[in-house]
Design a protein around this ligand. Structure first.
Ligand code: ADE
Length: 237
């Protein structure tokens, strides 16, 4: 998978050199390019923002530097024989970025992440981009970050680890929170007795059937308690 990230803070993305994603890059499973949006400005001050039409607080990102950056990236993807790219735009006003979205996007061969700052990017950019990209505006959750970079890191990690080969043991992707719509069951390791806290007996029983049933019950109980919104609505038919 090829991933291009466009930002005014390229150094923010240095976390992509580390750990599993860093190794996947070195192994050639993920080809990640980070671009400085300011390299696509044409004025002396390398301006990327301006005041909002209609007034209001803050600044808005100008569409032209984005269009120039995205055009050159789309062209690079085309020359490399990649399919229609997905433009992923982290924004608090996007659809919720869930595991199912990560799963869908992990099948793409070219992902382009546009990290906005300030009050966001001029809306016309997204309409224009539809010609070249499948455009997805996505939010990490119901809170506001200072820009898209931290969200981009989270999304790239969530998507990248689903690309075959990135996680060494693919079994670990099966039994984790959200993979089946529920939260993961609690996990324990040695020692079985630690500072007066015991591992549940069932996990020491060696009875795989009982362990599986207990884990399922824990998943349901945890999800009911912490995230009831994930369970089917009993009032719905
Ligand atoms: N940019 C700013 N806040 C964000 C959020 N909650 N999710 C994604 N991108 C963002």
């Amino acid at each position: 998978m090829r991933i291009d990230v466009v930002t005014i803070f390229p150094e923010y993305l240095s976390a992509l050199d580390v750990s599993l994603i860093g190794k996947a890059r070195r192994d050639g499973l993920l080809e990640i390019h980070v671009h400085d949006l300011r390299d696509h400005t044409v004025d002396r001050h390398r301006t990327v923002d301006d005041t909002p039409y209609g007034g209001g607080a803050g600044m808005v990102m100008k569409p032209e530097p984005w269009a120039l950056a995205l055009e050159s990236i789309a062209e690079a993807g085309r020359s490399a024989g990649l399919g229609r790219p997905v433009l992923l735009v982290p924004t608090p006003s996007g659809e919720l970025f869930r595991q199912s979205v990560a799963q869908e996007l992990s099948a793409a061969d070219h992902l382009v992440v546009a990290c906005g700052r300030y009050e966001g990017i001029d809306e016309r950019l997204f309409h224009w981009a539809r010609e070249l990209f499948e455009v997805r505006l996505v939010s990490l959750g119901d809170y506001v970050l200072n820009g898209g970079e931290v969200a981009a890191l989270a999304m790239i990690e969530a998507i990248g680890r689903l690309v075959p080969g990135v996680v060494g043991n693919p079994e670990s992707l099966v039994e984790e929170s959200h993979s089946d719509g529920l939260l993961e069951y609690p996990v324990y390791t040695k020692p079985s007795s630690w500072r007066g806290h015991e591992v549940p007996d069932v996990l020491l029983s060696g009875d795989h059937g009982r362990v599986a049933a207990w884990r399922r019950e824990q998943q349901l109980e945890r999800t009911r308690r912490r995230r009831p919104d994930l369970l089917p609505d009993p009032a719905a038919d």
